[in-house]
Design a protein around this ligand. Structure first.
Ligand SMILES: CCCCCCCC(=O)SCCNC(=O)CCNC(=O)[C@H](O)C(C)(C)COP(=O)(O)OP(=O)(O)OC[C@H]1O[C@@H](n2cnc3c(N)ncnc32)[C@H](O)[C@@H]1OP(=O)(O)O
Length: 215
């Protein structure tokens, strides 16, 4: 598989937010170390994570939007796009989304180790459902992008089975089930670290964008 990070990346990609930080809990650090160990034989790959998209430079953004989203491009303020950052990487360390993803190419799985910080509260003491949905979308979306490149979420179906305690660490397990033409079907669950509690189950449909179509 092509390496996902490296010296060819522009300078603003050089801070990888998926690496351990002092704000991480012990559980988060322990799981990170366990997965990094699994990466040693190449069966798993650590996926770096940046604040910006691959299309951050103005000429790249313009080219991308005009190629793939020509209808939406009429309403997009391209100047403001230069300030755009990835939604899940905008909080101060430890307050919002802390996560790291790993990929297994043989099993077509992406696992996300996720700790939702205190600014993601929904019901008192619990993680907001939208924050869970966001991280599910990010995890299955990563799986879809690795498989097929430029994709968008068409459908995300989520069953919230147990509340996720705020500031706890969970595992988001995603599995690429099948690809039919431009459609990618990816399922997902959210579990406690000891795998005894199933918090959430989800299925998703991603569509590979077709530049011939006026989306
Ligand atoms: C880095 C971290 C990753 C983060 C990932 C985050 C990803 C996101 O959140 S994306 C943002 C949210 N999503 C969107 O805004 C998408 C909005 N929707 C769209 O733009 C379009 O509907 C889009 C691109 C998904 C599909 O449009 P288009 O390319 O015209 O596909 P279209 O021809 O309609 O459909 C293709 C096939 O998919 C099926 N399909 C499309 N949408 C759906 C749906 N919602 N449910 C079921 N089937 C669907 C169609 O029936 C068709 O099936 P078939 O080929 O068997 O006839």
């Amino acid at each position: 598989m092509r390496p996902l990070a490296g010296s060819y990346l522009p300078e603003f990609f050089h801070e990888d937010h998926s690496l351990p930080k002092p704000s991480w809990s012990k559980d988060m650090r322990l799981l990170f170390d366990q997965f990094m160990k699994k990466c040693e034989d190449g069966s798993w790959i650590h996926l770096p994570s940046y604040n910006y998209t691959l299309f951050q430079r103005s000429q790249d953004i313009s080219a991308f939007i005009h190629a793939y989203l020509p209808t939406a491009s009429k309403l997009i303020n391209e100047e403001k796009l230069l300030q755009a950052k990835i939604f899940t990487r905008n909080f101060e360390d430890g307050l919002g989304f802390e996560y790291v993803m790993f990929y297994n190419d043989v099993e077509k799985r992406v696992v996300c180790v996720f700790e939702g910080g205190p600014y993601l509260q929904g019901m008192p003491g619990c993680l907001h459902g939208g924050a869970i949905a966001t991280m599910i979308d990010a995890t299955v979306g990563t799986s879809a992008m690795i498989a097929e490149g430029i994709v968008m979420t068409a459908n995300l179906n989520i069953n919230f089975k147990r509340p996720v305690p705020l500031c706890s660490v969970v595992l988001i397990n995603s599995q690429l089930d099948k690809i039919e033409g431009r459609k990618l079907f990816i399922s997902c669950n959210v579990q406690s670290v000891d795998e005894k509690t199933l918090y959430t189950e989800a299925t998703s449909l991603f569509i590979k964008l077709d530049p011939e179509k006026q989306v």
